[in-house]
Design a protein around this ligand. Sequence first.
Ligand code: TGC
Ligand code: FAD
Length: 390
Amino acid sequence: TDLYEAPDYYLLDELLTDEHKLIRASVRDWVKKELSPIIEDYAQRAEFPSQLLKGLAEIGAFGPTIPVEYGGAGLDYTSYGIIMQELERGDSGIRSTASVQGSLVMYPIYAYGSEEQRKKYLPKLASGEMMGCFGLTEPDHGSNPGGMTTNIKDAGDHYILNGAKMWISNSPFADIAVVWAKDEEGKIRGLVVERGMEGFTTPATHNKWSLRASATGELVFDHVKVPKENIFPNVIGIKGPLGCLNQARYGIAWGALGAAMDCYDTALRYAKEREQFGKPIGGFQLQQKKLAEMITEITKGQLMVWRLGNLKNENRATPAQISMAKRNSVETAITIAREARQMLGGMGITGEYPIMRHMMNLESVITYEGTHDIHLLITGMDVTGLDAFK
Ligand code: TGC
Ligand code: FAD
């Protein structure tokens, strides 16, 4: 079981409640028993392990912060972060599925939806009976989602939706899609599109070298009739989708550190066992430098997300603070994955160890939910007051 003990160099466990530790133990246990034994095989075959959905719902990975009356667990943001950390120690793609369902589908329905929409969708999404996806990015508008061209036109009791979204996690199997589109006045609105609506298709994206165990696809809308009751009444403008991203990016800040921990754990154990030149490679200074830097960066990252969690619990975390943590954690994880991969020598490129899979997954994580560059520019704008985007 020592395989699954997280590095805790600064005794951060003392900052967690008993409930946090219980949640962590139950998710960690599930990852160890259900996810880790199968994930490499699914990633190699580029297939999403859909049998995990039920278990993900049971451990409370879908919308843990959503209130109990709507099927959520009503947990705090530290708990949410811990769940994402443990899932991503298993695989970034499985964490993605949970991020999308909770932060990008359930959150907007809860925060911007009508009472009818909340009651109709949230309990089923929490239980995994219904799966969702989030359509913001378009073929020509990724970092600049405000330029989107997907649009709705008023047609009496319904809207007519046209356009296309690209790179959408979970789209190939989702039952519903939270879609962002411009109305006739150019204002961004969010609406729920259901599988089966005429003119709505979700072609899968193939040939990915990253997040291979996660399903990615497009959303194509060809004159789709969407009932007016499916539009979110309580938000207008780009701040709607960006508000969802705050939730998901916060979870990724914790999650990516989980991937980093798994790479560090693996490299540390390997370095103590693998002998060359008559002694364990962990006894050579060059390998110790790598391990020492890894644990230092993980520890700094842990402190950052713990503090961010507290700010989030108090509703004081700013979007720019969340950007900084998302960027830092992913940078930490991807650097650690690359160093850890080298420490395993040739074995590091095989599926016998999780490192190469984490490393390739993190190439998506550093790009989605705002690229590394975009988050840097958000920090730059925050500290200077000058907008480098426009
Ligand atoms: P800008 O002019 O700066 O702001 C427009 C309005 O939005 C407000 N705002 C925010 N509100 C809430 N949360 C945030 N994070 C916000 N950021 C900005 C802002 O205050 C303003 O409000 P108001 O009332 O004054 O109008 O907006 P902009 O159009 O210039 O864009 C800024 C920029 C570039 C930072 C933003 O568009 C951005 O973050 N781009 C990156 C796009 C992105 O992250 N896409 C992610 C797609 S979803 C995804 O990747 C899912 S992966 C899923 C998985 O985990 O598998
Ligand atoms: P671009 O925006 O074209 O960026 C290309 C490069 O230009 C990047 O390096 C970027 O940093 C740089 N750049 C852009 N603007 C600037 C600037 N102003 N200054 C300096 N450099 C700049 N989207 C969804 O809506 N829902 C999902 O579920 C979803 N899931 C995803 C899953 C995967 C596996 C992937 C890979 C992506 C997913 N995305 C999703 C899309 C993701 O959010 C976008 O890929 C991301 O926002 C970047 O957009 P882009 O790919 O169009 O790159």
